[in-house]
Ligand binder design. Structure first.
Ligand code: SAM
Length: 312
């Protein structure tokens, strides 16, 4: 299995600037690549609270971070519930920095039992395998054409959403769609009708993205966590967020923009009625993207965008 390479690692570390004995949260621990670097910088006593919804990710990160002993606290948890968890169990730990590295890890992509890649022999797509909510197989085989079209449009901005949804429904009238490979081939067959030229990326990319976002409530999680994360941070603490597509980045950008303004009344209001006060400042107005070198070494980083804020 190929190792997950932490994306924008140098840029994250330079901007979060972890110092000796400071405490950090890695809200999307994955393989623990970013977490390891942070723990090295916060020696000898800095604590890192690492969170992931995926039990397998926690197990993997445990092996990597074992050498830091009790300085690494790893929790299987949805980051959206982190504020509550901290209040219950870690009230005394002051948090100097938070990292949110969205998307999925290479380990999840390569795991054939998970259904995240186009080639899997299973259609799952859940970050939390213990969760008994609907998975991709149930959705693809039971949702109406209209509902599927809406998901592909809303969470994937898929232009052929209606045609793909129709083709899925036609296909499943004959046989159940069981593997991610079958789904990818159905999408590809629709693309072939509309586009002569082969695209550089797999035609099913947006459909898979949409399903993953829908199944894991990814946008709701981000919208609920970012304001909490700002509250959790100490004054002067920083947060870094890495996104991998424009829908995700837009949500982060808007939340940070509002939180960095004193007044968020509509521009046509003659005077402020919201009494909103800025809680953060934006460290980078332009998103930070990977260098050509990084994209060459790690193609998975190609669409990454990094935004950093500081708590006022
Ligand atoms: C891109 S990976 C993180 C990689 C990590 N930074 C590294 O360098 O190894 C994103 C991780 O976030 C996890 N994740 C996604 N949504 C989550 C949520 N709501 N709560 C906690 N973890 C989540 C995924 O399971 C995945 O392991």
């Amino acid at each position: 299995m190929k190792e997950h390479i932490p994306v924008l690692l140098n840029e994250v570390i330079k901007n979060l600037n972890p110092q000796s004995n400071q405490n950090f949260i890695d809200a999307t621990l994955g393989g623990g690549g970013h977490a390891e670097k942070i723990l090295e910088k916060t020696a000898p006593d800095g604590i890192l609270i690492g969170v992931d919804l995926d039990e397998k990710a926690i197990e993997l990160a445990k092996k990597r971070l074992n050498k830091f002993g009790r300085r690494a606290i790893l929790i299987k948890q949805n980051y959206k519930n982190l504020k509550e968890k901290l209040n219950e169990q870690y009230r005394d730990i002051q948090i100097h920095g938070i990292l949110l590295d969205l998307g999925l890890s290479l380990y999840q992509l390569q795991d054939t039992s998970r259904g995240f890649s186009f080639l899997n022999n299973n259609l799952g797509m859940k970050f939390d395998e213990d969760d008994d909510k609907e998975d991709a197989e149930e959705i693809i085989n039971s949702y109406s054409q209209e509902k599927l079209e809406k998901i592909f449009k809303e969470f994937g901005e898929e232009q052929l959403a209606r045609h793909i949804a129709k083709q899925i429904v036609n296909y499943r009238n004959n046989s159940k769609i069981k593997t991610s490979r079958e789904l990818a081939e159905i999408v590809e067959s629709v693309y072939k009708k509309f586009y002569r030229q082969k695209s550089k990326i797999n035609p099913a990319t947006k459909v898979f993205q949409a399903l993953r976002i829908y199944i894991n409530h990814e946008f709701d999680n981000i919208k609920s966590f970012l304001p909490d994360a700002i509250d959790i941070l100490e004054t002067g603490g920083k947060m870094a967020v890495i996104t991998f597509h424009s829908l995700e980045d837009r949500i982060v950008k808007e939340i940070f923009k509002d939180a960095s303004h004193d007044c968020i009344c509509p521009p046509n209001f003659p005077k402020c009625v919201c009494n909103h006060r800025a809680k953060i400042k934006l460290i980078n107005r332009k998103v930070i993207v990977p260098t050509e070198r990084e994209v060459k070494d790690n193609p998975a980083s190609r669409s990454a965008k990094l935004r950093i804020i500081q708590k006022l």
